[in-house]
Write a protein that binds this ligand. Sequence first.
Ligand code: FES
Length: 571
Amino acid sequence: MFKNLGKIGYKVESQKVKIDLNQINEGVNFTDEFIIFKKNDELSIYDRICDHNSGKLISKNGKTFCPMHNWEFMPETGIYKNGLIKKKKEYEIANNQILVIEKKFQPEIKHVDKGIGIKVRYINHAFLIIESDNFKFATDPWALGPAFNTGWWLKHQTIANWKEELNSCNFIYISHNHPDHCHELTLSYVDKKTPLVVPNFTSNSTGLLLKDLGFTNIHNLNFEDQYQFNGSELIFTIFKSGDLREDSGFYFSAGKFKGLLTVDANNLNFLKLPAVDLFASSFAGGAHGYPLNCENYALEDRIKMLDTDRKFIRQTKYKYLEKIKPKFFLPYAGFFKEALKRDGIYIKHNKKNLVNDYKNFCKKLNIQILNVEENTIFNFDINKKVKPEPYIGKYYADISEESYLKYYKEKYQKIDLNYIKNYFEKSKFNDNSILFISLTNGNFNKSDVNFKINFTKKITFSILEDKYLKQALKSENNYLFLKIRKEAFLNTIYNKRSWEDISIGFQNRQYRKPNIYNSDFWFHFSNKYVSTKYVQSTTDCSNCTLLNNDIHNILFKKKSVDNILLFKKSN
Ligand code: FES
């Protein structure tokens, strides 16, 4: 079904950036673009691009760090404080000058040399359907209900017949395992034999999750290999996110038309980006629990950090747009909202970029914005001219947010301490840190139970009364303290899901000592220690009922799921 046409080719341009060797002192040196560490005659050169998400590394009070999310880099060792190794730059020395070799790579996908018409439809959030006469595929379908426990909700309505549309696709591409992209409830309505395309991540985080959901036709495709679908004009490849996370983007040619879809991937393909006609990308920001959930900072500081982050996301997208120079920019994958009263702090402060924030910039570069809040159907003709159209039809009627919350609270009330103890003791995570957890009510101010998990040497699990928790938090020096809503925690660990469902879903408050992001911990519990393959403890508490059966039985019992609202969009 997917013929492998081999690795993608790159156009390479090299240039040498000159730095005067006499200006370089022993220790750490900064130029506009580089950090140079000199020890005797040895030089280590790094770019100043932060490997988290392309912020700029700066120097202050003897420290090298990125002001975006405080990643600290140690030029003496070439390693970030969280353990990530930074790649060194190649260089030469000639005539007392350092020549740093900068290479620019531009990928070029194979294509069938023929103009064809294609239709791109925005369904919701990151859910697109792209089709021509001989292929039809969907991306990251999320059509109803919440994501990330109950933190995220769809901002737009979904078309009434989304299930039929999804089930008539030749395949579905799932970019990564976050639930706004790999959405269990939506996928529960998809035929389990439907071909699913997932990136071949080292830990197979997405493939394993889909296997747990009962899918039997999962294609784990290699990064940068080019695949042709069924001899059609569709050729695609998958690019990896350039940061620590397991995330991806999708680069395709449909005849002469070329498109790049990136959702949440940072530094996609290590910023080796192609020139395309259509660039579809997230744009909004606000997609993290951090920093609003971080009690190391006063609220006003968190709000300032959010503001900086939002502007930074905009700048990052501008850079992508400048590099890619697409004809069309389709902002998507940012249309979610917070809806429950208990998430008031997010509703109030978690502001997002709007499509219109990109208007002036795109105008300058002569890029046409495809604004899905005006039109959702984009027909491209064989000459790549677009005809946008609004959707005129019925919409799907979902049940209320509060009903979903009630369901989660009822379903995940029973704390199975044996399961939780087992879950941690078998997690195989070791570092020199301690994790404290309080399972709390919706407002994080009343705790049902507290645990301490010590990951140093042999993993130990213990239960702490409130007063001992307070003492421990005073006396320990290396810990992460998470207050987590009880039902969100239980839903996540009983179902062997990613802990990002908690953090990104606004389901926790955290305090870190020292105030450093423990990337190993979050990677382990978000990507490695997930799925029934790796988490083998079992509990009766999740009832092992498939989510959509539950939704049918509990939530929709008074209403048929096919009961759609007879709603016509007014122009
Ligand atoms: S810490 Fe540098 S971009 Fe996040």
